[in-house]
Design a protein around this ligand. Structure first.
Ligand SMILES: O=C(O)CCC(=O)C(=O)O
Length: 390
């Protein structure tokens, strides 16, 4: 079992993790020379991107999915041909996202092989890991092992945030920030991508008078906007920090693996964006403010827009809090993907959870009776147990 640990859990760690410098030079690191505590402090806590090279050397898929430095189409057809996967049409856009259909992997691979393609199709957000839990085609790099989102999802058999992307040269992903304001990591198994990344706040300069972002950013149209342009090669992992908008173009036929993730370093960002989303929902339906259903309707809309409501967030935090308490007592030391968390790491998680739980308890919604009594009492009980530990 792999163990991840940090140097200390209290003291001077900059918990206010918004990018603390205006120096957005991208750092290139090598997986062999980097240790977890370093990545934690220099990049996750500071919310700064980096490339970590040579991350796939022990991955099975680097042998199986690549042939002559290209995508091994026969292997993918043989092993996954009859499986359905979501495919985006890069030429068809609705509400700033590509239109998607389901295709058999076999058909998609035939499309990729054909010389005359009349469409630009991108297989994306494919939950291959969930589909084939025993197929260990890649390992989660230990740098990305503190992952509350996928820990929660896999422990409870819920929808996870672990994806495979396969796209031809020129396929692309529109400008966006990730779900919940999570982090993401993306590793190219084969191929090459160009990423354009915007430090948080820069996206405001890109919005039109209605507050809409462009589908694709073109630098010549937005002089003065700060952004990073990154070319990611095969075997490179890109760490995309929380709230950094980004767009992606495949420069070659590319397969990548990608997770969205949340942990103690960015959970406050998730909480802020949940509140922000709620405020805009409240504003949008302000005409209904006097109706008895107003509060619960806001939560329903919040869930459909943000992907979770306040109750879901409370359940999530309570689950992770309870699990860390158990781990501290050594009753169960396994975290996400069987990765063991060191004692400092567990304490850091608990300390941050406690801070965010306090913020939630002070939010007006807590007094509106829209959270079920069971969820609320569980939340309060776990928060109390954490207080006793701290
Ligand atoms: O690789 C891509 O096309 C998109 C990946 C992405 O947007 C992400 O990791 O958040």
């Amino acid at each position: 079992m792999t163990k991840i640990e940090i140097d200390h859990f209290d003291g001077d760690l900059p918990i206010d993790n918004l990018s603390d410098s205006n120096n957005y030079d991208l750092k290139y690191l090598d997986a062999c020379d980097l240790n977890y505590a370093n990545f934690f402090e220099k990049f996750m806590l500071r919310n700064l991107p980096c490339i970590i090279r040579n991350i796939t050397s022990s991955w099975q898929c680097t042998n199986n999915w690549i042939k002559n430095e290209k995508i091994n189409i026969e292997y993918l057809i043989d092993h996954y041909g009859d499986v359905d996967a979501p495919v985006a049409d890069c030429d068809a856009i609705t509400f700033n996202a590509h239109c998607k259909i389901n295709m058999k992997v076999k058909e998609y691979m035939q499309y990729l092989q054909s010389c005359e393609r009349d469409k630009l199709l991108y297989l994306k957000d494919w939950h291959l890991r969930r589909l084939r839990p025993n197929d260990l085609f890649y390992e989660v790099p230990l740098f990305f092992g503190s992952d509350w989102l996928n820990e929660f999802a896999t422990d409870r058999g819920e929808d996870d945030f672990m994806f495979v992307y396969i796209g031809p040269t020129k396929s692309w992903t529109p400008l966006h920030a990730d779900v919940y304001n999570s982090y993401s990591w993306s590793v190219n198994v084969v191929g090459q991508k160009k990423w354009t990344l915007f430090p948080p706040g820069e996206e405001e300069k890109l919005k039109d008078s209605l507050g809409n972002l462009p589908v694709m950013f073109h630098p010549e149209k937005f002089p003065g906007v700060k952004f990073l342009e990154i070319v990611q090669d095969g075997g490179d992992a890109l760490f995309v920090p929380s709230g950094w908008h980004h767009q992606v173009v495949n420069l070659l036929d590319t397969i990548s693996i990608n997770h969205n993730w949340v942990n103690a370093c960015n959970i406050e960002n998730v909480w802020s964006s949940l509140q922000q989303c709620l405020s805009s929902v409240e504003y949008e339906i302000r005409d209904l403010k006097d109706s008895p259903e107003y509060i619960s309707q806001c939560q329903v809309i919040l869930k459909s827009l943000f992907g979770m409501d306040f109750s879901n967030f409370l359940i999530f935090l309570s689950y992770i809090g309870n699990k860390r308490i158990t781990q501290l007592r050594k009753e169960n030391s396994k975290g996400f993907n069987n990765i063991e968390l060191g004692q400092n790491h567990i304490m850091f998680d608990l300390k941050t959870l406690h801070k965010v739980m306090n913020l939630i308890q002070n939010h007006p919604i807590f007094s509106y009776n829209c959270i079920s009594p069971d969820i609320e009492s569980d939340f309060i009980k776990i928060k109390k147990s954490i207080s006793m530990i701290l």
